[in-house]
Design a protein around this ligand. Structure first.
Ligand SMILES: Cc1cc2nc3c(=O)[nH]c(=O)nc-3n(C[C@H](O)[C@H](O)[C@H](O)COP(=O)(O)OP(=O)(O)OC[C@H]3O[C@@H](n4cnc5c(N)ncnc54)[C@H](O)[C@@H]3O)c2cc1C
Length: 310
């Protein structure tokens, strides 16, 4: 460890509390932590971690993550400083860095008269996280508009490459990137040009308004905790059992939206984890339906909550 510390690149910090980097505001310390400000910096950090034999992972805005109270071994890279985008409003495309907030991108392309990302304005994640999760809302999703992604394989950090959208095995809240250690550096979206910027902007704002009035945006959460067991809605199954308001420690099933678990102030990751299990048990027992988490669990014992295939 001393050797790793002495040779570590500038910007790598040790023992950094991750609760400030997740929207649930929980999570223990990262053994090593860095926020690269450029793709070159990110690539150098990945090369260092591989050379030092450290496990590592990339996070975006931490808006779909439950990080264990004991924290994470190895290097955690947070991409939120990797921002920026450029677009061509005539041709109808936009390319964005992995850490660009997806709501910022939605606003920018609306102003440019590009139709396609109006649904993304209420999703508090990054472009990289949206690609990995195939984030979606209000009838739209990332897979529908993505053209390609530039990715980095940590085993070959000097050779970033491009994957076309149809190589990503997209499905409901799923991409192949969830099962592979590839890092998203940037993404290119193909959008519809020639629209009235005022109309697209109005539609984008209306989407945000309809979400903030029905979901608990004022409290720390990770959005929907469970995937919808189609054709059923997880929130409706949970609400039907009278579980709104159910609490473990500082974690509570939101009284506003039953598929949200909120941190009422002093929740720990283990409270949220226990509440997730409690809800899964009740739904299984009383509806006979297995709920699977949409949220990604990091640093917990054993494998993550089993996910159904695409
Ligand atoms: C209030 C609220 C509302 C939400 N509403 C929605 C919604 O309507 N629809 C929806 O789909 N989601 C929603 N979410 C969940 C979340 O915002 C999305 O899943 C989002 O896409 C996650 O992006 P992120 O940058 O926060 O990723 P993170 O949570 O940081 O990471 C998610 C996963 O992606 C990986 N990852 C992130 N960036 C990279 C990268 N550059 N390279 C490789 N892997 C990476 C992480 O390792 C992790 O496995 C909501 C969350 C909140 C808090």
């Amino acid at each position: 460890m001393a050797a790793q510390a002495s040779s570590r690149p500038a910007g790598v910090r040790q023992n950094i509390a991750l609760q400030a980097f997740t929207t649930w505001k929980v999570g223990g310390p990262a053994e090593w932590f860095a926020e690269p400000g450029s793709q070159d910096e990110l690539i150098a950090l990945a090369a260092w971690a591989v050379g030092a034999g450290l496990c590592f992972r990339c996070i975006g805005a931490g808006s779909n993550l439950l990080i264990a109270d004991d924290g994470l071994a190895g290097l955690t890279l947070c991409n939120r400083r990797l921002q920026g985008s450029h677009s061509d409003s005539q041709e109808g495309w936009v390319e964005a860095e992995a850490g660009e907030p997806i709501p910022t991108l939605a606003r920018k392309v609306a102003k440019a008269g590009l139709h396609g990302l109006e649904w993304a304005v209420g999703i508090p994640g990054t472009v990289g996280g949206a690609v990995v999760m195939n984030a979606g809302a209000q009838g739209g999703c990332t897979a529908e508009w993505l053209e390609s992604v530039r990715v980095l394989d940590p085993a070959r950090p000097d050779q970033p490459f491009t994957l076309a959208a149809d190589e990503l095995d997209f499905a409901y809240r799923h991409s192949r990137l969830q099962g592979e250690p590839l890092i998203v550096l940037s993404a290119r979206f193909r959008l519809e040009p020639g629209h009235d910027p005022a109309a697209i902007t109005a539609r984008t704002s209306a989407n945000l308004q309809s979400r903030t009035s029905t979901q608990p945006y004022q409290q720390p959460s990770c959005g929907s905790v469970f995937r919808n067991p189609e054709p059923r809605k997880a929130g409706q199954l949970i609400e039907a059992l009278g579980l709104k308001g159910l609490s473990v420690g500082g974690a509570q099933v939101s009284p506003l939206h039953a598929n949200f678990i909120v941190n009422t102030g002093d929740a720990r990751a283990r409270d949220i984890d226990a509440l997730i299990l409690l809800v899964q048990e009740r739904v299984q027992r009383e509806h006979g339906i297995a709920l699977h988490t949409e949220v990604k669990r990091l640093g917990f014992e054993g494998v993550d909550t089993p996910q159904p295939g695409p």
